[in-house]
Design a protein around this ligand. Structure first.
Ligand code: NAP
Length: 303
């Protein structure tokens, strides 16, 4: 039996593993996809204290190395359910295997929100992308749009402006949720045009995307913007569906306070999937530390 099973190897899960291992806990991480979580898709991280600039990929790699070098075990398998037992918890995995532990940290993170409009799935990989750093280079010398008004959208638009001929940044409000410093940087780029307040109504082109029809939020008027690619960056949704009967959720996010304790003793929540106001790399890592220390207290002291 492991001491702690951590579900998810993003910044929160890997940070939790570092703290757990430093306390001598037998620690296993289960990750369904690639370790590093969403930060892997961020071109430049410039707001992590004491690291002036680092790529999201390098950050994730360094964090992974740190956790594994301390003795954390990472298994690539999806946790499909967690069940409380008399001695702790049983974790069921997609591979059909099971594992047991004394405490669980849910650091499952979030996935990209979809627009939910016609042909979005059909055009995935044929002009539609949710990851500028993964797919941006396919659009060298072309025209693309980014949809969204948060940090991700504005960072993506700036990144793409360095690769493609022209970027339209389409957002449904005139005000951006993104940090001012990013919005100001975007406004200075000669090949970046801001299109607000507009939503995307129709995806055009067959078999590949050739444009988007956007709808004005002010007067409902429509116009067509010709693009070869559309990068959707309209936020995330928590990956908590498998745990909805295990812990209390609020709007899909796991209900747990700053102490990372869920309503189930021995289960802790960390990172973007936890109910919270600020979802940043710093807060994800902080959650990992808090959740691990709380899990250690639970195992050692029963509190
Ligand atoms: P976000 O901050 O939640 O922003 C999502 C954006 O998409 C908002 O501007 C929202 O519009 C828009 N939106 C949502 N649903 C939409 C829909 N159906 N149609 C059109 N637009 C829609 O998401 P994010 O940018 O992915 O960032 C997520 C978190 O990660 C945030 O806390 C962010 O600060 C953080 N992050 C930080 C960094 C960094 O620090 N370097 C980088 C990336 C992300 P409204 O504004 O009108 O609601």
């Amino acid at each position: 039996m492991a001491d702690i099973i951590i579900v998810g190897a993003g910044p929160a899960g890997l940070s939790a593993a570092i703290y757990a291992r430093r306390a001598g806990m037998d620690t296993v991480l289960y990750e369904a996809e690639m370790y590093g979580g969403q930060i892997v898709n961020t071109p430049e991280v410039e707001n992590y204290p004491a690291i002036a600039k680092i790529s999201g990929f390098d950050f994730a790699q360094d964090l992974y190395n740190q956790a594994v070098n301390l003795g954390a075990v990472l298994e690539f398998d999806k946790v499909t359910s967690v069940t409380k037992t008399e001695t702790g918890f049983e974790v069921a995995l997609e591979s059909g295997k099971t594992d047991t532990c004394k405490a669980v940290i849910l650091a499952v993170g979030a996935s990209n929100r979809h627009l939910g409009i016609a042909r979005e799935d059909e055009l995935l990989g044929k002009g539609i992308s949710y990851c500028a750093t993964c797919d941006g280079s396919f659009y060298k010398g072309k025209t693309v749009a980014v949809n969204g008004g948060g940090n991700t959208a504005v960072e993506d638009a700036i990144y793409l402006a360095g690769i493609v001929d022209k970027v339209y940044l389409i957002h449904r409000r005139n005000e951006f949720r993104a940090e001012d410093v990013l919005v100001e940087a975007a406004k200075k780029l000669p090949n970046l045009e801001i299109v607000t307040p507009y939503t995307i109504g129709t995806l055009l082109g067959d078999p590949k995307l050739s444009g988007v029809e956007v709808i004005s939020k002010e007067d409902g008027s429509k116009k067509t913007i010709d693009v070869d690619g559309l990068f959707v960056a309209i936020g995330q949704e928590p990956k908590t569906a498998d745990f909805k009967d295990l812990v209390t959720l609020q709007g899909g996010y796991i209900e747990a306070g700053e102490n990372c304790k869920t309503n189930v003793e021995g289960i802790f929540a960390a990172g973007d999937a936890r109910v919270k106001k600020v979802r940043q790399l710093t807060t994800a890592c902080a959650d990992g530390a808090v959740a691990a220390l709380a899990a250690i207290d639970y195992i050692k002291l029963g509190v």
